[in-house]
Write a new protein. Structure first.
Length: 115
């Protein structure tokens, strides 16, 4: 769970840097809170969303996962006031960036851990 926290922390930091409408309060405590809540949403709520939306995920050959990731990020925006996502395109870009960073870090960590 700590690994997921740091992965989400880095991914949110990259998304904040590259997308100007994706804003997180520039404070270490607030940023850590956002990353922590996002990690909890991914651990506890994301599997339920994947189960509910599994027909969509199957019909789109896995691309429905982007919808699940967007919903988790939107839920984070609703729950916390420390993060602001303005617009649907910002949500989609942030979802793609965060997903890509999480995939890259997880893949490289598994490869390093395997060796």
């Amino acid at each position: 769970m700590i690994f997921y926290f740091f992965t989400n922390f880095i991914a949110l930091l990259v998304a904040t840097y590259f997308i100007k409408e994706f804003e997180v309060v520039p404070d270490l405590a607030s940023f850590s809170l956002v990353a922590g809540v996002f990690t909890l949403i991914n651990v506890f709520i994301r599997p339920i969303l994947k189960l509910i939306l599994s027909p969509v995920i199957i019909l789109t050959f896995g691309l429905g996962i982007i919808l699940v990731n967007a919903l988790t990020l939107y839920l984070l925006d609703i729950v916390l006031t420390d993060i602001t996502i303005t617009g649907l395109t910002t949500l989609i870009y942030a979802t793609l960036i965060i997903s890509l960073i999480n995939i890259l870090i997880s893949f490289s960590a598994k490869k390093i851990y395997k060796e």
